[in-house]
Design a protein around this ligand. Structure first.
Ligand SMILES: CC(C)(COP(=O)(O)OP(=O)(O)OC[C@H]1O[C@@H](n2cnc3c(N)ncnc32)[C@H](O)[C@@H]1OP(=O)(O)O)[C@@H](O)C(=O)NCCC(=O)NCCS
Length: 193
């Protein structure tokens, strides 16, 4: 297991731990109802954003089960979103990937590009065996990212929880380390694609 050198660079982006200077950027999407429509929390107040930023700043690499690494996604020096790696299980070497972009930066492949980097951190640096991603089944942009990453839809849970006052539907996707390494030449961003 090896902590990466930050920033982690992709073709167009740089991923690095959040700092307290990122409050305004983080709040620019955490405060939006549209961004949070398919997420468990609601639009945040500046104080709630500050609380969530404290948690992000406090962890720069997942050391133990339950740790959540949240990296700021920078494009040309501007923070446009966040990419997340949760360490779900040490013994079973399981993790989870997540991503949020400010709506001004949707539709350009940035979430997929950042998620490719996070999967690389999970498999190559954290030594994970399997990484999952889950989303509201009605969050099509999110599961389309998972499919572009080469993840496999493993579950469609129907009415498994009450989500924002109504019965929820959830998709669970996953990819194994061996599948990830096998698609090294065809994954998004490979060969400059
Ligand atoms: C989920 C979320 C990050 C997806 O954002 P997105 O912009 O659709 O995803 P990407 O940044 O990977 O962009 C992919 C799109 O850009 C297009 N694109 C344009 N130029 C591109 C390029 N140079 N490279 C790759 N893709 C490009 C792709 O074709 C794709 O569009 P399509 O889905 O219509 O085919 C975004 O909807 C979001 O932040 N939602 C709110 C938070 C949320 O729900 N997060 C997920 C929680 S589970």
């Amino acid at each position: 297991m090896s902590k990466p050198d930050y920033p982690v660079r992709t073709g167009r982006l740089a991923l690095r731990p959040f700092t307290f200077a990122d409050h305004a950027a983080l709040h620019s999407w955490q405060s939006r109802a549209d961004v949070n429509r398919h997420l468990y929390h609601e639009a945040r107040t500046p104080e709630e954003t500050a609380e969530s930023l404290v948690k992000k700043v406090s962890l720069t690499w997942p050391e133990r089960e339950g740790d959540v690494l949240s990296l700021a996604i920078e494009k040309d020096g501007e923070v446009i979103g966040e990419a997340v790696l949760k360490y779900l299980s040490e013994y079973h070497r399981q993790g989870e990937v997540g991503y949020i972009l400010h709506p001004d930066h949707h539709g350009r492949g940035y979430a997929t590009e950042a998620a490719v980097a996070v999967l690389g951190l999970g498999f190559d640096h954290l030594g994970l065996h399997r990484i999952v991603a889950s989303c509201d089944a009605f969050n099509e942009p999110s599961w389309r990212v998972m499919e572009r990453l080469g993840m496999r839809r493993e579950a469609h849970f129907r009415h498994n929880e009450i989500f924002k006052g109504a019965w929820g539907e959830e998709f669970v996707y996953a990819i194994l380390a061996e599948e990830w390494h096998r698609m090294a030449d065809s994954r998004p961003g490979a060969n400059g694609a």
